[in-house]
Every structure is written in structure tokens, then in C-alpha cells.
Write a protein that binds this ligand. Structure first.
Ligand code: NDP
Length: 330
């Protein structure tokens, strides 16, 4: 059925400035790592994308290899873009990345100019776009000179194939050096995409401070620890869950009794705040002003609606924060 976005789509969302740039991103962005491949049901993915845009989620995050099979998330998103969002391109921030294995041979992964330029060309064809808004180097490459990788990002902006560039999974020291090179080239780094959640805190050891100092935005991925930081695994493994489907990196072995006890206690705390655990986990990330946007996944529209309600209660008392720390350290 023909899609008309909600006229109220900008009423409830908040937009946060990305570092020192001119770009604002929605407090929550939607990622297409899972749930949008050819193994998934496109109708559900489409409904989730529509629900997101209707709620003011203007930012959609992809990568060359998202699927499975690799490339299929970009193809499927490209189709929804064409069929549903065609008239709204200028209301959207679309990102993609290259860094992980995408095709056979020596030019199909990591950080050479050859790989990055070819990969973005392929992504643009799959998406049916002339440019993406943000192009990321997906992971650092220990063997390619940083200057070559950063020069490739700068080149792609100059060619008009990307408006901004970002880095993902870079540790603080290599990120600092990359920011310096990009600044000198005249294409400042817009944003860094690290893994960050209540259960994954490495960014607190230097990266967040660096991003604050450098005026680079931060968009944490897997903020719900792929679903662990929700109530879904408290009473067994639902058949339609990521663990049951066995498609990603979240496995049954991570559902230890100790972990589930932590999640149960966090869930109780969330209920006292009149939030779902998912909402509390997202609000907990957004309390830091250096976090521009939180990059969630959703396997159906209802999850997205639930997660978006975190925006109704972002404040934490000192006692609540202390209680969360105590549970996480326990
Ligand atoms: P999340 O931690 O948000 O996990 C998403 C999963 O959590 C969903 O698929 C669903 O699981 C469950 N879920 C989501 N909302 C709810 C809810 N309200 N209630 C109950 N369960 C819920 O993020 P992802 O791991 O999916 O990552 C998000 C995005 O981050 C990716 O799509 C991608 O864009 C980016 N990313 C980037 C990486 C990088 O290296 N740069 C690496 C990984 C991700 P279920 O499927 O079981 O229903």
C-alpha cells in the first residue's frame, strides 16, 4: 500500500548535534545489521522502517556486508527507499561502511583505497543512491597506512559520494591520529561508532573523553547488547529471538545464570522507573551529552515503539545510577 509518512513525525523526537558539526541526529537511530537481509521478511522490515520514520527517526545505518547474504540489507533498504521514501531523501541520513570481508581476493576487505572506493561504489548501486550521508571505515586495518585509508575517505567526500566520514571500532590512540589526518585533509571526522552498553564499557576508558575534546560525535552500537538488556531472555529463549535464530554473535552460552540474575535485577529497577529494561538501557546511554545518538536494532515495529519511549524518561537520580553500578559489578 502506498505510504504517506505521519505529518506528526517531528513532534516527539529530539535531535542532538553531532560533535562540533552542523549535523543533528535523532536521539535514536535504526541499524540494519540484522532483520533486513534476504533471510528476513521484507514486509516486517518495511513496517519497522516506516514506524521509525513516522516517529522522527531520520537516520538509518547500514554496511556493505549487512544481510545475510552480504549486500542484501542495502538492496532491501534501497527498495524501500525507492518505493516508500523516494520523496523524502532530503529528510534522511543514510550511512554505510566498509572494512569487513565483502568479496574474494586481496581487495575485498580492510582499509586500502582500492577496497574503500570500490566498496562504496557497490553500496551506492545497491542502495540506488548518488551519495550516502556518512561513510565509515568499519574497523581499523593494522597493515594499511592510516594516511592511505583517511585519504580514501577524503577522496570519496570530494567526489561527492559521501557528505561526511566516520570511524568505527577504532581505539583512542588510532582514532586521535586519524582525526588529525582527516582534519589536515579538510574532511573532519564527523562521528565514531563504538560498541557501548551497560555490559560493554570500554569507551569510558579514554574514547568518550577524546570524542568530547575533538568535537566528534558518538553513536553507540548494540546498546541493548543484542537483546540481552531486555526482559526477553528472563523466562527462556523465545523462538523468534536472535539467540534462537543463531544468526549473529549472541549465543546461548552468554545467557549464564549470573548474567540473567543481573538482567533480572536491572529489570526490577527499570520497572520502578516505570520503564521497560530496554528503555532504561537506552536512557542510560543518552544521559551522556557526548553521545549523539544511540543505534538500536529492532526485529519488528513493536520493539521500535517500545524503545522510542525511553525518551519519556531520560533522567536518573544519583541513587538509581549507584544501584545500576552495584548490579553491574555484582
Ligand atoms: P541492539 O543491542 O539494539 O539489539 C537489537 C535486538 O534487540 C533486536 O534485534 C531485538 O532482538 C532486541 N530488541 C530491540 N528492541 C527491543 C525491545 N524494545 N524489547 C525487546 N527486545 C528488543 O542492537 P544491534 O546489535 O542490533 O545493533 C544495532 C545496530 O548497530 C546494527 O543494526 C548496526 O547498524 C550497528 N552495528 C555496528 C557494528 C559496527 O561494527 N560498527 C557492529 C554491530 C552493530 P530479537 O532479534 O531477538 O527480537
Amino acid at each position: 500500500m502506498h505510504y504517506l509518512p505521519s505529518p506528526a513525525r517531528y513532534h516527539d523526537m529530539t535531535y542532538r548535534r553531532c560533535g562540533h558539526s552542523g549535523l543533528k541526529l535523532p536521539a535514536l537511530s535504526l541499524g540494519l545489521w540484522h532483520n533486513f537481509g534476504d533471510v528476513d521478511t521484507l514486509a516486517t522490515g518495511r513496517a519497522t522502517l516506516r514506524r521509525a520514520f513516522d516517529a522522527g527517526v531520520t537516520h538509518f545505518d547500514l554496511a556493505n556486508n549487512y544481510g545475510p547474504p552480504p549486500g542484501s540489507a542495502e538492496l532491501n533498504f534501497g527498495r524501500v527507499l525507492r518505493e516508500d521514501f523516494g520523496s523524502y531523501r532530503d529528510e534522511l541520513i543514510i550511512s554505510t561502511k566498509a572494512g569487513y570481508h565483502m568479496w574474494e581476493g586481496p581487495y575485498g576487505e580492510w582499509g586500502s583505497k582500492k577496497y574503500l572506493v570500490s566498496s562504496l561504489d557497490q553500496s551506492l548501486r545497491r542502495l540506488g543512491l548518488e551519495y550516502v550521508d556518512i561513510f565509515y571505515h568499519h574497523r581499523p586495518d593494522p597493515d594499511t597506512p592510516l594516511l592511505e585509508t583517511m585519504t580514501a575517505l577524503d577522496l570519496l567526500v570530494r567526489q561527492g559520494k559521501a557528505l561526511y566520514v566516520g570511524l568505527s571500532n577504532y581505539q583512542p590512540a588510532e582514532a586521535r591520529e586519524a582525526f588529525r589526518i582527516l582534519r589536515e585533509l579538510g574532511t573532519p571526522c564527523l562521528i565514531h561508532q563504538p560498541k557501548y552498553s551497560m555490559l560493554e564499557r570500554w569507551v569510558e576508558d579514554g574514547l568518550l573523553d577524546l570524542l568530547g575534546e575533538e568535537g566528534v560525535g558518538c553513536i553507540p552500537f548494540s546498546p541493548l547488547a543484542q537483546g540481552l538488556l531486555t526482559d526477553k531472555y528472563l523466562h527462556g529463549i523465545p523462538a523468534d529471538s536472535r539467540v534462537a535464530k543463531g544468526v549473529g554473535f549472541l549465543t546461548e552460552t552468554q545467557l549464564t545464570p549470573e548474567r540473567l540474575e543481573q538482567v533480572r535485577r536491572l529489570n526490577e529497577l527499570a520497572q520502578n522507573r516505570h520503564q521497560s529494561l530496554a528503555q532504561m538501557a537506552l536512557a542510560w546511554l543518552l544521559k551522556d551529552a557526548r553521545v549523539t545518538s544511540v543505534l538500536i536494532g529492532a526485529s519488528r515495529p513493536e520493539q521500535l515503539t517500545d524503545s522510542l519511549q525511553c525518551l519519556q524518561n531520560l533522567a536518573f537520580s544519583a541513587d538509581e545510577l549507584a544501584a545500576i553500578e552495584q548490579i553491574l559489578q555484582g
